[in-house]
Ligand binder design. Structure first.
Ligand SMILES: [Zn+2]
Length: 118
């Protein structure tokens, strides 16, 4: 069955995932642990997901130390930028390609309306 190959993007979760998940959410105070690239501060929005810091595709484990609570927005952002291959290097490259400085007045306005860029 060729169909099985390539559909491996979904990570395999341990059988007691529900238990692990609630433990991690509790440990993190139910808040998103994503550190924003622009402010170096944690997002701290209400967390709805538990994420592998290093995905299992990249050799990450299901150990608590590799798990973090994320809000839905950051989980989606991370997942869509991960793709099973992108790691630190890709993220740095992405950052270097970041938009050039805009007039501060304009930036302030847009930040209010858009979700965090990182
Ligand atoms: Zn977040």
């Amino acid at each position: 069955m060729a169909g099985w190959e390539g559909s491996n993007r979904r990570q395999t979760l341990p059988p007691n995932w529900a238990e692990i998940r609630s433990r991690i959410l509790k440990r993190d105070g139910g808040r998103c642990q994503w550190v924003r690239g622009d402010t170096q501060r944690k997002c701290l929005r209400p967390a709805t997901d538990v994420d592998h810091r290093i995905s299992s595709a990249d050799g990450g484990t299901d150990d608590d130390s590799n798990l973090q609570s994320l809000c839905g927005w950051h989980h989606r952002w991370k997942s869509s930028h991960e793709g099973g291959q992108a790691s630190g290097a890709a993220r740095r490259a992405h950052k270097q390609a970041a938009p050039k400085p805009v007039h501060p007045g304009l930036v302030a306005d847009r930040r209010e309306l858009e979700p965090p860029p990182f």
